[in-house]
Design a binder for this molecule. Structure first.
Ligand code: C2E
Ligand code: MG
Ligand code: MG
Length: 271
């Protein structure tokens, strides 16, 4: 059947280490500094070239391989960050995405603890990103898992916020530290006043809940200027940097290659 051939192919790819991580910076608006990096997995396929995660994460979940893939990603992100720190590169925390199934059916807390022990990375260098659907399927269990993650010393962000099923009653209780506004709202905010209103409302709600607000998918200076006014904390998107391999990311961290744009000040000179 379909799954057994996919299973075979994906398993082989994990064993042959064909999955690679690219890193995209989250930029602090006020200081212009890189606050953290998001690790984004790609499949470096020998014949088909670079394959993006939307094409294989779902398949890995269905075939029961998301646990293996997720552990490989977590291990690589932690190993890379530890390596940068060891070599005196000014590293920043790395954010790793957990899929819904990986969060619900695996033992995410044990996996993270074991990975930190194995790589020797300090927990303040690891962030976890979870979607609303991952935490809202069983919010009581998620609250407990999130508390154990926080007790390990990690920070958890809710990814793609505003597009899943969120219960605000649970959101206020989750021990999380940031909300990432889904890029659908960000990309439409200059065209549609309703998307602009949603972005503003999410930023304000995040702050009232003592959470940081991050906007993903920022591609234009106008979007950045809009997000600055309600006090969005961090921005991520092609305007600043595309996800890039470890080598290029290292140059960014070391300060030898700058971001494409700085969020500090603005193009109109208003500052
Ligand atoms: P995500 O976590 O919301 O990641 C952000 C996605 O937006 C990434 O797509 C990134 O390349 C893209 N992006 C960033 N800036 C811009 C921009 O300015 N414009 C546009 N149009 N796109 C931008 P990518 O790398 O294709 O990843 C897609 C999704 O796959 C991720 O969404 C995440 O949910 C999932 N994913 C990626 N890596 C992993 C992983 O290691 N494990 C798991 N479970 N899921 C992953
Ligand atoms: Mg993410
Ligand atoms: Mg997202």
């Amino acid at each position: 059947d379909v799954c057994s051939s996919d299973l075979h192919e994906l398993k082989g790819a994990i064993d042959r280490r064909e999955f690679v991580l690219h890193y995209q910076p989250l930029v602090h608006i006020e200081s212009g500094r890189v606050a953290s990096l998001e690790a984004l997995v790609r499949w470096n396929h020998p014949e088909r070239g670079l394959i993006f995660p939307d094409a294989f994460i779902g398949v890995a979940e269905e075939c029961g391989l998301i646990g293996d893939l997720g552990r490989a990603v977590l291990f690589e992100a932690c190993t890379q960050t530890r390596d940068w720190l060891d070599r005196g590169i000014p590293a920043v925390p790395v954010a790793v995405n957990f899929s819904a199934k990986q969060f619900q059916t695996g033992n995410p807390v044990d996996e993270v603890r074991e990975c930190l022990e194995a790589t020797g990375l300090s927990p303040e260098y690891l962030d976890i990103e979870l979607t609303e659907s991952a935490v809202m399927r069983d919010p009581a269990l998620a609250t407990e898992t999130l508390r154990r993650m926080r007790d390990l010393g990690l920070r958890v962000a809710i990814d793609d916020f505003g597009t899943g099923h969120s219960s605000l009653a649970y959101l206020k209780r989750f021990p999380i530290t940031k909300l990432k506004i889904d890029r659908a709202f960000v990309s439409a905010l200059m065209r549609d006043p309703k998307d602009a209103a949603i972005c503003r409302a999410i930023i304000s709600m995040a702050h009232n809940l003592q959470l940081k607000a991050v906007a993903e998918g920022v591609e234009e200076t106008r979007q950045l200027e809009f997000l600055r006014h309600p006090g969005c904390d961090e921005v991520q998107g092609y305007l600043f940097a595309r996800p890039q391999d470890a080598e290029k990311t290292e140059r960014l961290l070391a300060g030898t290659s700058p971001l494409e744009a700085s969020p500090v000040g603005d193009a109109t000179g208003r500052n």
